[in-house]
Design a protein around this ligand. Structure first.
Ligand code: PMV
Length: 331
């Protein structure tokens, strides 16, 4: 039996950075994101004797997985079994699987594909396990990449950190469906170079920053403000809280030991210019950056023409655009 599933990345408005349990990817704090409608990743999973995974490029050519990627996928498979065991749903789950991961995420746009990959895999594994709740699927996704738990839901979703060390203690839930608010994400990627430290290693460094504890204390009220802004479609409030949280996460990153400086000169220039542009033209647009120099410009539809013109005028940058997506699904 072959199971197909597809998913897409999400962009965090309240950032997930730091775990309370690294192995199980139990988050140190809540986070919140908007699920994108593209680029998609498709996964085909089949029963097999052992675990094996193959990756394919956007053009369809096979891409040899790095040792580290293959290890992460294998580890995820074992954690999924452990979780299904814990909830009494492991019976129909196969001893091994063969996975095909077909990514449409263009190289060099600075969009991390792990959220799309692990939410699509979670959806396919859930197909083997039988009827699982959406929360269970979000836990399966989280075991591969914390942010992937949020891509299980369409529209706007939150990761609830929860408490304790139970494997299912952190999970995601939907805040508002895709049709709630037609925001757009115009992505400007100034650099095509691979990042030096991935987020898995980065999370483990968060506690070395003297700013981390303060960040953790501030997140509950930011998360509440962000949910409120989304429910009321209050863009100005969303802009303030999302930008504050993004800069706070980057301050934690930059003050960890060793420091992680993901933002470049280009990122800072784009931020300055966007601040000027939105003041001058009164545009509902906000900026946010994940673990890289890529700037996501999230805007309301009426700001889109001006934001597009700005993005297209950037030299040596890859540009990408997405809307609000519907989350991972069985294909
Ligand atoms: O899901 P991970 O382990 O790749 O972590 C994602 C971390 C950020 O992208 C920086 C923030 C987020 O909430 O997506």
């Amino acid at each position: 039996m072959s199971i197909r599933a597809a998913s897409a990345p999400n962009i965090a408005l309240i950032k997930y950075w730091g775990n309370r349990n690294e192995e199980l990817r139990l988050s140190a704090a809540d986070s919140l994101s908007m699920t994108l409608d593209q680029p998609t990743v498709e996964v085909i999973a089949d029963h097999a004797e052992t675990f094996a995974a193959r990756g394919f490029e956007p053009g369809g050519a096979e891409r040899k997985l790095a040792e580290k990627e293959a290890d992460r996928l294998r580890k995820h498979f074992l954690l999924v079994k452990r979780y299904l065991d814990a909830i009494g749903a492991a019976e129909a789950f196969p001893a091994g699987v063969s996975l095909e991961i077909r990514s449409k995420v263009p190289r060099g746009v600075g969009l991390a594909s792990s959220a799309a990959v692990f939410s699509a895999i979670a959806e396919a594994y859930a197909g083997f396990a039988g009827e699982l709740s959406r929360r269970d699927v979000s836990v399966l996704a989280r075991l591969g990449s914390g942010s992937a738990s949020r891509s299980v839901f369409g529209g706007f979703s939150a990761m609830i950190a929860g408490e304790g060390d139970a494997i299912g203690a952190s999970y995601a839930e939907q805040i508002a469906p895709p049709a709630h608010w037609n925001l757009r994400d115009v992505v400007i990627a100034p650099s095509a170079t691979e990042k030096a430290t991935g987020s898995t290693e980065g999370h483990a460094l968060a506690r070395t920053s003297p700013l981390f504890e303060k960040r953790l204390r501030g997140i509950p009220s930011r998360q509440r403000d962000c949910i409120d802004a989304i429910l009321k479609k209050d863009f100005e409030k969303l802009q303030k809280v999302a930008e504050e949280d993004c800069l706070d996460m980057h301050a934690v990153m930059a003050s960890s030991a060793p420091p992680l400086c993901y933002l470049s000169e280009e990122t800072h220039r784009i931020i300055r210019e966007i601040e000027e542009l939105r003041t001058r033209e009164r545009l509902p647009v906000l900026y946010t950056m994940d673990a890289g120099p890529t700037v996501h410009l999230i805007c309301e539809e009426r700001a889109l023409p001006a934001v597009r013109v700005y993005a297209r005028a950037q030299k040596n940058c890859a540009i990408f655009e997405a809307g609000v997506g519907s989350g991972s699904r069985r294909a």
